[in-house]
Design a protein around this ligand. Structure first.
Ligand code: THU
Length: 142
């Protein structure tokens, strides 16, 4: 990745196409709002996810949940670039809970595709709570 232009080195068109394909895998019989997500891992792996709803609405899995499962189950690593789309193929923002999930597995440098362009995760989840907060207290209590 080019340090001066990290977003420029990412195949965003390919990533968006993968997210649009993933929409077809969504299980969204209750909201009828299908979401497809796609990410490149830091080793270049292309990962996808789709939302999986439940009759008990509150336990629905967002597309980002199956995406993070794909990351972990295919060898782990970190998300480097992320996008998600609706059934019209339009870029949408991850919900609040999913921003926290993305932070855990991508951190501040993760590049996020948004309706207003590609931004780092720090703009999507400012002042995030993360693993560093746990380390800080654990070390202070040692
Ligand atoms: N949804 C996602 O999959 N990701 C998001 O970031 C926003 C919301 C899903 C959850 C639910 O199945 C549907 O969109 C409607 O809220």
């Amino acid at each position: 990745m080019d340090a001066a232009d990290p977003a420029g080195a990412v195949d965003w068109a390919g990533l968006r196409a993968a997210a649009r394909d993933a929409v077809d895998q969504a299980y969204a019989p209750y909201s009828d709002f299908k979401v497809g997500a796609a990410a490149f891992a830091d080793d270049g792996r292309l990962l996808t996810g789709a939302n999986i709803e439940n009759a008990a609405y509150g336990v629905t899995l967002c597309a980002e949940c199956s995406l993070v499962s794909a990351l972990v189950m295919s060898g782990g690593g970190r998300f480097a670039a992320f996008t998600c789309v609706n059934a019209l193929g339009e870029t949408i923002m991850p919900c609040g809970r999913c921003r926290q999930i993305l932070w855990e597995h991508g951190g501040p440098e993760l590049l996020v595709d948004t309706p207003i362009g590609v931004v780092p995760m720090t703009e999507v989840l400012p002042q995030a709570f993360g693993p560093g907060d746990l380390d800080h207290v654990r070390e202070a209590q040692r």
